[in-house]
Write a protein that binds this ligand. Structure first.
Ligand code: SAM
Ligand code: SF4
Length: 462
């Protein structure tokens, strides 16, 4: 398959599309009318540099969030399964040339222990992360997924397993699909081919086209739930934002469905980090680019991770981030030995994270800010794929499905895992949210399900 992205075209938009006040406002209005933006329109937003216009862009992202998404935040945790890697990515602690890092692959029992520890803290959704290595082929990844689904600890279970791993061929993706994965995530890192060549110094990942077309192969294999991303800090952030939009347009044009999620990791300190620092993205640029992404792809889930410190996370969540990780520990085997705020062991980690709060601390914080923490997996399990699009486009979908399901999973958490103070706060939030429901019959149905959870039933949803 031929790559679909033309760097010249992207630079053409950045260099030639002016960002007048009127144009910026028109583009924000188009997005608030629930339309995905074109490359030229996104270029208008990335080119807006006047502080007043930047504030309007952020305000637009906040309004879009309020108008469309409500107050839910889905929680997940990453689980690193193996850090063997044959690639040599300049930015990553797992690169093959890094001889100081301890290489670990969780065996079956290790994996079970990690999953149990995660379930015991209340997690329901995981993303399994792998280096790129012949050992981590499609069968190995599929077996890991099957193992994770099989682990039950008390009332705990993992209901959705996503993957972040190397590109596969079509047959490999078929094997993964059969294991019932959620989203398959592959980040292009940088959409700029020359920069890509500079930072990928060895191994299969050197092949830009193979990576860029990876999720097309996933689609060919029947996986329509895919996640894209760029690693911000490798190249000009404006180019990467347009690259992500181009990738999204490509999926829409060819498969009639955009990516399920977009991730925007920013480079963090890693063991033997070796990159040109000239494109590092400052906090103000970072918050601005996330607001632009929100407006550019209004129906796509946005994932923010613990790479970012709490203050940045709090600001960016206002722009309609749909998922965050909580209680994250990216040390290999780190969950089962975790102590609160333990020193990180950089010899076992891919990079350093900046938000070390436990899942319960994150729950408290979300509840304090009136967000509804959600572990919902209903759409995926009912075969309602493309739920982000439905949330966005089907009137009332969030009120009838997403918000009540979020509340039901919050009640499960409050009953099974929350300490007394979180439980009090959580039930207060539940009461406020129930009071807001005007449809009496629906409120009754929801209340019945809540009572059933309190009586010991689990996994109830609409
Ligand atoms: N090995 C697979 C790959 O490269 O796609 C999947 C896992 S890799 C461990 C997951 C992601 O971590 C990469 O795609 C990259 O975007 C991100 N990453 C690597 N080094 C990083 C760093 N120093 N700071 C922040 N994110 C980083
Ligand atoms: Fe390996 Fe992925 Fe790290 Fe590159 S980013 S060195 S492929 S684990």
């Amino acid at each position: 398959m031929k790559p679909f992205l033309d760097p010249e075209e992207i630079w053409g938009f950045i260099n030639n599309v002016p960002a007048s006040k009127e144009k910026v406002r028109d583009v924000i209005a188009k997005s608030l009318d629930k339309n995905r933006l074109t490359l030229a329109e996104t270029a208008v937003l990335v080119n807006a540099s006047d502080p007043e216009l930047i504030e309007e862009i952020k305000q637009g992202a906040r309004r879009l969030k309020e108008k469309v998404y409500g107050q839910r935040i889905v929680l997940f945790a990453p689980l690193y399964v193996g850090n063997l890697c044959t690639n040599n990515c300049a930015y990553c602690g797992f690169k093959t040339s890094n001889k100081t890092i301890r290489r670990v692959t969780l065996d079956h029992d290790d994996l079970v222990a990690q999953v149990k520890a995660l379930e015991d803290s209340g997690q329901k959704r995981l993303i399994l992360v792998f280096g790129e290595h012949p050992k981590y082929d499609a069968r190995f990844i599929a077996e890991s997924v099957t193992t994770v689904y099989s682990v039950k600890s008390g009332r705990g279970e993992i209901r959705r397993v996503n993957i972040n791993a190397a590109p596969l061929d079509i047959d490999g993706f078929r094997i993964i699909k059969d294991a019932k994965i959620g989203t398959y995530q592959i980040f292009q890192e940088t959409y700029h081919p020359e920069t890509y060549a500079k930072v990928h110094l060895g191994g299969l990942k050197r092949n830009y086209d193979w990576r860029l077309t990876a999720l097309d192969r996933a689609q060919e294999a029947g996986i329509d739930d895919v996640g894209i991303g760029a690693l911000f800090g490798l190249y000009d952030w404006r180019f990467e934002v347009l690259g992500l939009v181009r990738h999204t347009n490509h999926f829409e044009a060819v498969y009639d469905v955009g990516p399920h999620t977009i991730s925007f990791p920013r480079i963090q300190y890693a063991s033997q980090l070796n990159i040109d620092q000239s494109h590092m993205v400052h906090d103000d640029e970072f918050t601005r680019l996330v607001a632009i992404l929100r407006l550019a792809v209004p129906y796509t889930g946005l994932i923010l991770t613990a790479r970012e410190p709490a203050a940045i996370r709090d600001e960016i969540m206002q722009f309609g981030v749909s998922q965050i990780d909580g209680g994250t520990n990216i040390e290999m085997g780190g969950y089962s030995k975790r102590k609160e705020h333990e020193e990180q062991d950089i010899d076992l980690e891919q990079f350093q994270i900046n938000d070390n709060r436990s899942l319960n601390e994150i729950m408290n914080e979300l509840i304090d800010h009136k967000y509804i923490p959600s572990f919902c997996t209903a759409c995926y399990r009912l075969g309602r794929t493309g739920e982000h699009f439905m949330e966005f486009s089907v009137p009332g979908f969030i009120k009838r499905f997403c918000q009540p399901n979020a509340l039901l999973t919050m009640v499960e958490y409050l009953e099974d895992y929350a300490p007394a103070d979180t439980k009090i706060k959580g039930y207060q939030l539940l009461k406020e949210k129930l009071d807001e429901i005007e449809d009496v019959a629906f409120k009754e149905k929801l209340t019945i399900k809540i009572n059933q959870i309190q009586e010991g039933q689990r996994d109830l949803y609409f």
